[in-house]
Design a protein around this ligand. Structure first.
Ligand code: AMP
Ligand code: MG
Length: 390
């Protein structure tokens, strides 16, 4: 058996970042920026008024001073004339401030009669001018790699970048294996169950940036498994579920080996999810997950999601963890890293009572995988403990 960290390191060694593609900005949210985005303009491209008011020279701004209003600047409409000493222009938010003016007095701080304005005794602080390039300048960068959040999209738009270079989404082929399985929506026979793992894993992997597809269910026989692998031939990552233990019907490993799988490892010191295989298979990476529904999902969080992130060019690292205080004590842990279904709320975390790895209802009730390191000592109420949010 190898540790979770060793297994992850070996998995990361199997993949390299995928190529990039240029896509319209409007579709870029949630994608991974592949190359630095570089501003080709200054923002604002001119000194801009931050308020509605009157623009004048700083040296002339004092309570009681009067000015002739000689023109107007509005957003999208610069003032083109001349504005001399003792003169001011009416200006609105977002309008260019003429070069020789350097102060905007807000309209609440003046009184006006006709074209004559007088500054009242309520002058605010500041010039109310946004300097040229105050947000970003030509050459400033939004650094890659990063997952593009709504605020990044707004910045890219402001940089006038209408096409963005992002990492291609990994093509993931998800394969259920088993004679007992039918697809959701079918009518199961008395000895059949519904294939749930592929659906949960697709939801998980798509959410971290993959484009997963669910293959037809492969039966526990060679021709059926070979046909399913054939459909997965072009995938970046092939994930099989089940059929990877030591039972007579667990032939996924044998069939994959005959199809060229160079196996990287097999058993992980982890609960749930001990049987796990991985390796290169043609131009794909193959990951074989256990069939038990909770094990499959936990391995999805612990192994498959970090693998997708690495393929997207993000840091090759464990899924990010949080910390909370135990609401109830826990007994010592054995020689396998344990991912316990748990509920975290407001800084405190409670492990679910039933940790059976076949119970999806328990997994659905949980919002955390509480992590017990190998041979972790018994833990008391209030101890700090790591978890993966799920
Ligand atoms: P296996 O590893 O094939 O022995 O499967 C272990 C357990 O997981 C068995 O009870 C299977 O019926 C179940 N199982 C395997 N694949 C799936 C799947 N795709 N969806 C739900 N349960 C599954
Ligand atoms: Mg099976």
């Amino acid at each position: 058996m190898i540790t979770v960290d060793d297994a992850l390191a070996q998995l990361f060694a199997l993949v390299s970042p995928l190529e990039s593609e240029a896509i319209p900005l409007i579709h870029a949210a949630g994608r991974v920026l592949a190359h630095d985005a570089i501003a080709t303009r200054d923002q604002p491209p001119f000194s801009a008024s931050a308020m509605d008011g009157y623009a004048m020279r700083t040296g002339e701004v004092q309570v009681g001073a009067s000015f002739d209003v000689v023109g107007e600047a509005a957003a999208g409409h610069a003032f083109e004339g001349a504005c001399g000493p003792g003169q001011a222009i009416r200006i609105f938010t977002g309008a260019p401030v003429p070069d020789d003016l350097n102060h905007v007095v807000i309209q609440e701080d003046i009184s006006r009669e006709g074209t004559r304005i007088t500054l009242t005794d309520r002058l605010g602080k500041g010039t109310n001018i946004r300097p040229l390039g105050g947000d970003f300048k030509t050459g400033d960068r939004l650094r890659a790699p990063r997952i593009l959040r709504p605020s990044d999209i707004a910045l890219l738009a402001s940089m006038n970048i209408a096409k963005v270079s992002v990492a291609r989404r990994p093509d993931v082929a998800l394969m259920s294996t088993g004679d007992e399985l039918v697809m959701p929506g079918e009518a199961p026979g008395p000895d059949q169950i519904i294939a749930s793992n592929t659906f949960g894993l697709k939801a998980l992997l798509d959410s971290v940036g993959a484009q997963a597809r669910i293959l037809p269910i492969a039966r526990d026989n060679r021709p059926s498994l070979e046909a399913a692998f054939d459909l997965a031939r072009d995938a970046d990552l092939v994930i099989t579920i089940g059929g990877a233990s030591v039972g007579d019907h667990d032939i996924v490993g044998d069939v994959a080996a005959d199809l060229g799988l160079k196996r990287a490892f097999y058993k992980i010191a982890m609960r749930p999810g001990k049987p796990l295989m991985a390796g290169r298979m043609g131009k794909s990476v193959m990951l074989g997950l256990p069939g038990n529904p909770v094990s499959a999902m936990v391995c999805g969080h612990v192994f498959a999601a970090p693998l997708i992130r690495a393929m997207l060019g993000l840091e090759a690292a464990r899924s990010p963890r949080l910390t909370a205080r135990l609401a109830k004590p826990l007994p010592g842990n054995g020689p396998r890293e344990h991912y316990m279904r748990a509920f975290a709320d407001n800084g405190s975390i409670t492990a679910e009572d039933n940790q059976d790895s076949s119970l999806l209802t328990v997994l659905a009730d949980a919002n955390a995988l509480l992590i017990r390191p190998v041979n972790d000592a018994p833990r008391k109420t209030g101890d700090r403990i790591d978890y993966l949010p799920i």
